[in-house]
Every structure is written in structure tokens, then in C-alpha cells.
Write a protein that binds this ligand. Structure first.
Ligand code: ZN
Ligand code: ZN
Length: 264
């Protein structure tokens, strides 16, 4: 059976510091879920756990009490609204959430590809070339997959995104530099530990000629037996307009079935 896009597990509300306009309330998110026939959505605001030392200035105030202000989340008869977070991985591979804090969340996403925080997630040596960025992509995913964390409720968001390249429109130049044998090694490990791999509608925006390369990590992940979940990464209401159609397109291009679905 074809993979059903019936959930969105990566959504920000207006309390994330990169959400603008104020319209992105939990109620608005629940309405979006209902309109798209989703059964499950998850709030994943940016988060650095105050139990872990050394956030940067941007994360400092996005601590547990800040993101918990969204609770209790509104529910409806048809939609389950989960409480999660999008944490961070520092350049020295320290995770922005403590082990005990996982218990507070239904779902935790760990971005390995936020390479836009100079001197926080990357250092100068990661910027010397596309290859150096590709090395960072491998090193950071490798680090997360080696951690002792509850992978059954952990996702890896937007493995392909403009954020991996210093020039966002050139992110495929970085993807090109990631050795395929490394992708196979990492995704076999991802399948083994049972972490979810995200299809991200904000990041999956490519032309027909870019399709093969843009989807290459996911094609390999599928081949390795990884499970996939969907995320819009919506920060503002307008991001909802194209979310489901792009996810449906990715599902078709990858030929995903219900057997490929990550279930928390
Ligand atoms: Zn992100
Ligand atoms: Zn996000």
C-alpha cells in the first residue's frame, strides 16, 4: 500500500524565534492538520536544554520553560497533537538535550544539518570547501547515530537543506561531495538503531534536473531499510499551503509504501 501522508511531525509555532507574524498558534496548526486529513501532528520548536551547558545566544532563551508555554496543546477528535522539540548539535558534537529530558517529549528531532551557525555548529575549517561541509554532514550524522538515546522517538530532519552550504542555493554541491559508501554505512546504522528519517517539505523543493541528486540520500536510506516520517518545518502559516503536495510528490518519486513509515 502506498505511503499515506497522514501526519506532520515537524512544525514550529510562533514561540520559535524564527517564526514571524504571530499567526502560527497551536490552534492554527490543529486547523491545518484537520484540513489536510492528518491523524497526528507534532510541535517541534527550537530547543536547547538548560541542563546542557553552552547554548549560543540564539538558543539561550529557548529553554524548557520557554517551549513548555505551548502546553497544554489543543486536541481534536481526529487529530493527536504531540509535544516535541527540535534540538541542536554543537560543532564539538555535544547534543542540546540531556538524556533525562527525552522523557518530557513525545518526539525529539535532532538536526545534523544546521550548518549556518558559525562558531556554534560549525567552525572555520568546515567552511573551506563543499567537501569540508560534506565531511561535517557525515561526521555529525555519525555522531548522533552513535549516541545512547531513545531512537524509537527520535527523528533526523532535513538531511538535505540549503543550510548545509554557505550559499544555500548551492546545497547540492555539498550533497555531491558526500561519498555514497558513507551514505550506505550511515543509513544502514540508522535502520539498525531505528531512528526516523524526515521528508521535509520546506527542503524538498527541486527542479526535475536536480531530482536524482536531491533525493539520493533518501533513495539510499530506503534501500538500507530506513523508516520515514513527514515534516513541513512550517514556521509560518503560508508554509502550510504547499506542505502536503510536496510530501506526496516525494513519496511518489521514492516509491514509498506503508512499510517504509516511521511510527513513534
Ligand atoms: Zn531545522
Ligand atoms: Zn525546524
Amino acid at each position: 500500500m502506498r505511503y499515506v501522508v497522514d501526519h506532520d511531525l515537524h512544525i514550529h509555532s510562533n514561540i520559535s524565534f524564527c517564526s514571524f507574524g504571530g499567526g502560527q498558534t497551536p490552534e492554527r496548526i490543529l486547523k491545518y492538520a484537520g484540513e489536510n486529513g492528518f491523524r497526528k501532528v507534532c510541535l517541534t520548536n527550537h530547543f536547547w536544554d538548560e541542563l546542557v551547558k553552552g547554548p549560543n545566544g540564539w538558543y539561550e532563551d529557548q529553554d524548557f520553560s520557554h517551549i513548555s508555554a505551548a502546553k497544554p496543546l489543543p486536541q481534536s477528535d481526529n487529530v493527536e497533537f504531540l509535544f516535541g522539540c527540535e534540538t541542536e548539535l554543537r560543532h564539538d558534537l555535544v547534543l542540546g538535550i540531556s538524556k533525562e529530558r527525552f522523557d518530557e517529549f513525545d518526539f525529539v528531532i535532532i538536526p545534523t544539518t544546521h550548518l549556518h551557525f558559525q562558531d556554534f555548529t560549525v567552525t572555520a575549517k568546515d567552511n573551506i570547501s563543499f567537501k569540508a561541509r560534506a565531511d561535517a554532514w557525515v561526521r555529525r550524522l555519525d555522531a548522533v547515530l552513535s549516541m545512547d538515546i531513545p531512537f524509537h522517538k527520535t527523528g533526523i530532519p532535513h538531511l538535505t537543506t540549503g543550510l548545509i552550504s554557505p550559499k544555500r542555493e548551492q546545497y547540492l554541491e555539498v550533497v555531491k561531495e558526500i561519498p555514497e559508501n558513507e551514505m550506505y554505512r550511515l543509513f544502514k546504522q540508522a535502520a539498525k538503531v531505528g531512528v526516523g528519517i524526515e521528508l521535509n517539505s520546506s527542503a524538498l523543493n527541486f527542479s526535475v534536473s536536480e531530482e536524482k541528486l536531491a533525493l539520493l540520500p533518501y533513495t539510499i536510506a530506503k534501500e538500507c531499510g530506513c523508516k520515514f516520517y513527514c515534516g513541513s518545518d512550517a514556521h509560518e502559516e503560508e508554509h502550510f499551503t504547499y506542505a502536503k503536495s510536496r510530501l506526496e510528490k516525494a513519496v511518489d518519486l521514492l516509491g514509498l509504501t506503508e512499510n517504509d513509515k516511521f511510527i513513534i
